[in-house]
Design a binder for this molecule. Structure first.
Ligand code: XMP
Length: 511
């Protein structure tokens, strides 16, 4: 029976803390990220099989550095310290940490003792990624050094008996080629996991949880057409069948064929009870003449809630609301007080007074894991690999007021763009690719006649998580095909431009 007990990663502020959890999960072991100051009793209550202390920017000898509660070592649970985590471990157990002079940054040659628990089956000499000023200068009692680099004679250490291990370098980054294997050694050999936390296991486990949570009550789920709400809905449907009703609000600002695909997939194929609300007119009327981006977002967000609320009131005895909350949202919420750049609108965001309990079957999963679950549930490839699409839809890709004519032009241009991007095998390499229509017109010439039409702007970006993004270097011949086809095929467009701004300072969407 696979274990649902996690390896807990304590985040000491490392750039790469999330990556540690992801790498462990890649080896099919559940791993969760928590703040470094979570009380030890709370950590213990989560019943972890192992604990990882992440790196962090501070120096353990600095006043105000994040503190590691030494009680963690009294739990009898295996611990792996990484970088700052290694130093904090050494200091807490009576070793010494000092400034090593120059420090080491970047790719560094590493020699390991291949009989150490973390390094079994790993070549004795290879490279690793270092990023440190301090290092362990004296081992705590009971430890031995298990690796060295030119600048750090104690680049790793272990106390086999107490199952405490540590590395000064970063095993979670790709520049430490054997790093994921080392994390696997920790997860499998030290923590006793067997790599059975698979998509199928997640499905079985979530189905059991949903059944336990929901019982024989009715459940409501808002579908957006995106992968998260789709996977969440399918999981819940597998668990409780027709106790689930999905509501799909068509606000009229979706892409070409999108509404049809949702209805086909859920209504016809999976036979999920589906209410398809055609609210296009209501939204368009409210948006008439509105040009301010925040105002547009506000109107769409609020109207969405009202429509959703009206529909759900019609359904009998609904007690639960499904939300496609992801693990990245869980990690981020609470910790950040970033300035508001845009008010986000998400499907399922409902007023408090609806009094529904949340059912969040994706709460533990990263986006790529959600996709794996989708594949395992037999969801169509096109839906599983769909690029993110904002809640307010095409309204925030029309710069100016939203009219039916502009929506129709943008929808058509976007469909051509998507078709060419897919045909050139670029779709999956891009975080997002889409068309933007600014409400300006310019002069052109077509068939000897003057034209005065809209331009279309191509936006294609690569990104890991949408926090930062870079404009994609699409090949010129692909750009040429997109441009020629849009100008020839889409009435009302006479010019195509390319957005070559990264984020920051640009955002991905134009509004
Ligand atoms: P920006 O434009 O802020 O977008 O760089 C970052 C990511 O978020 C998506 N986005 C939204 N998603 N509701 C959503 O569900 C929204 O209101 C919303 N606005 C932007 C955007 O497409 C990009 O992936």
């Amino acid at each position: 029976m696979p274990s649902d007990r996690p390896i807990i990663v304590l985040d000491f502020g490392a750039q790469y803390a999330q990556l540690i959890a992801r790498r462990i999960r890649e080896r099919r072991v559940l791993s969760e990220l928590v703040p470094h100051d979570m009380p030890v009793a709370e950590i213990a209550a989560r019943n972890p099989v192992g604990i990882v202390l992440s790196g962090g920017p501070a120096s353990v000898n600095e006043p105000g550095a994040p503190v590691l509660d030494p009680a963690i070592f009294e739990l009898g649970i295996p611990v792996l310290g990484i970088c700052y985590g290694m130093q904090a471990m050494a200091q807490a157990l009576g070793g010494e940490v000092g400034g090593s002079g120059a420090g080491e940054f970047g790719k560094t040659e590493l020699e390991v003792q291949t009989d150490a628990a973390l390094f079994r089956g790993i070549p004795p000499a290879h490279s690793c990624w270092m990023s440190h000023n301090d290092s362990v200068t004296r081992l705590p009692d009971g430890f031995r050094a298990t690796a060295s680099t030119p600048g750090a004679p104690i680049a790793a250490m272990e106390n086999l008996e107490r199952r405490l291990h540590a590395v000064q370098f970063h095993p979670e980054v790709i520049h430490t080629p054997a790093g994921t294997d080392m994390l696997e050694r920790f997860a499998y050999d030290v923590c006793g996991q067997d790599g059975t936390w698979t998509a199928q296991h997640v499905i079985d486990e979530q189905i059991a949880r949903i059944r336990a949570q929901v019982g024989d009550q009715n459940v409501l789920c808002g579908l957006s057409g995106g992968v998260d709400s789709a996977v969440a809905a399918l999981l819940v449907h597998r668990a409780v069948g027709d106790q689930l009703t999905c509501v799909f609000v068509d606000h009229g600002m979706l892409r070409e064929g999108e509404a049809e695909q949702v209805v086909e997939t859920f209504g016809s194929h999976y036979k999920v009870p589906l209410v398809h609300v055609q609210a296009q007119r209501r939204f368009l009327d409210l948006l008439a003449g509105v040009t301010d981006p925040e105002q547009k977002r506000k109107i769409i967000g609020e109207t969405f809630i009202r429509v959703f609320e009206d529909e759900s009131k019609r359904l009998e005895g609904v007690k639960f609301l499904v939300q496609g909350t992801l693990y990245s949202d869980v990690i981020e919420s609470g910790s950040k007080t970033a300035a508001k750049i845009k008010s986000h609108h998400n499907v399922g965001g409902l007023p408090d007074d609806m009094d529904l309990e949340l059912c969040e079957p994706l709460r533990l999963l990263f986006k790529d894991e959600v996709r794996q679950v989708g594949i395992e549930l037999g969801m169509p490839e096109r839906m599983v690999w769909r690029q993110p699409f904002p809640g307010p839809g095409l309204a925030i890709r029309i710069i100016g007021d939203v009219t039916e004519e502009r929506l129709s032009i943008l929808r058509h241009a976007d469909a051509v763009l998507q078709e060419e991007i897919r045909a050139a095998d670029w779709y999956r390499q891009l975080w997002q690719s889409f068309a933007v229509l600014p409400a300006i017109k310019s002069v052109g010439v077509m068939g000897d006649a003057r034209t005065y039409d809209y331009p279309i702007i191509i936006r294609a970006v690569t990104s890991e998580d949408a926090m930062t993004a870079d404009w994609a270097r699409l090949p010129y011949d692909l750009l040429e095909r997109i441009s020629t086809r849009i100008i020839n095929e889409v009435d009302g467009v006479n010019r195509v431009a390319l957005d070559i701004s990264s984020k920051p300072p640009g955002t991905i969407e134009w509004e």
